[in-house]
Design a protein around this ligand. Sequence first.
Ligand SMILES: Nc1nc2c([nH]c(=O)n2[C@H]2C[C@H](O)[C@@H](COP(=O)(O)OP(=O)(O)OP(=O)(O)O)O2)c(=O)[nH]1
Length: 151
Amino acid sequence: MSRSEKVTLTNMCMVYDDKGNILIQDRKDISWPGVCFPGGHIEAKESFVESVIREVKEETGLIIENPVLCGVKQFTTKEHGRYIVFFYKSNTYTGELCSSDEGEVYWIKRSELHNYQLSEDFEDMLKVFEDDELSEFYYYNEGGDWDYKLL
Ligand SMILES: Nc1nc2c([nH]c(=O)n2[C@H]2C[C@H](O)[C@@H](COP(=O)(O)OP(=O)(O)OP(=O)(O)O)O2)c(=O)[nH]1
């Protein structure tokens, strides 16, 4: 049996401050629209940490420092590959906020997040970002039905 498999690598970053604000992105992409955190695809041979710094810069204009890995999400794609999202957090950044074609970015109070149209899964993904005892958002198939659990 082959030990290699087809994998799509992506990242997502919660940029936050010490006043209870988080930086959100309103994604335009019709395959997964709604409010979530910035992020995107990791390029071939790219360092994971440098990749999330690059994605946040491209999508928000901010240069984050010391992003910390805080979890992972995975699901199986239609092509039977594994889709992985590495979750990071950062509260240290420089630069001016600037949205990209991916979607508008803006600061909101964390406590106001429930007022926004969130991307599918995002509410439960957030638990992994915020709860130190959780580190994985995992989709699995049981009897033909997809479900997920937080681990
Ligand atoms: N398309 C998609 N993205 C998802 C899902 N779940 C999930 O966490 N994501 C996250 C992972 C990444 O942060 C982001 C992937 O966004 P994207 O496909 O628009 O990637 P991108 O255009 O920003 O990347 P790039 O091509 O600019 O490098 O969304 C999902 O079910 N579908």
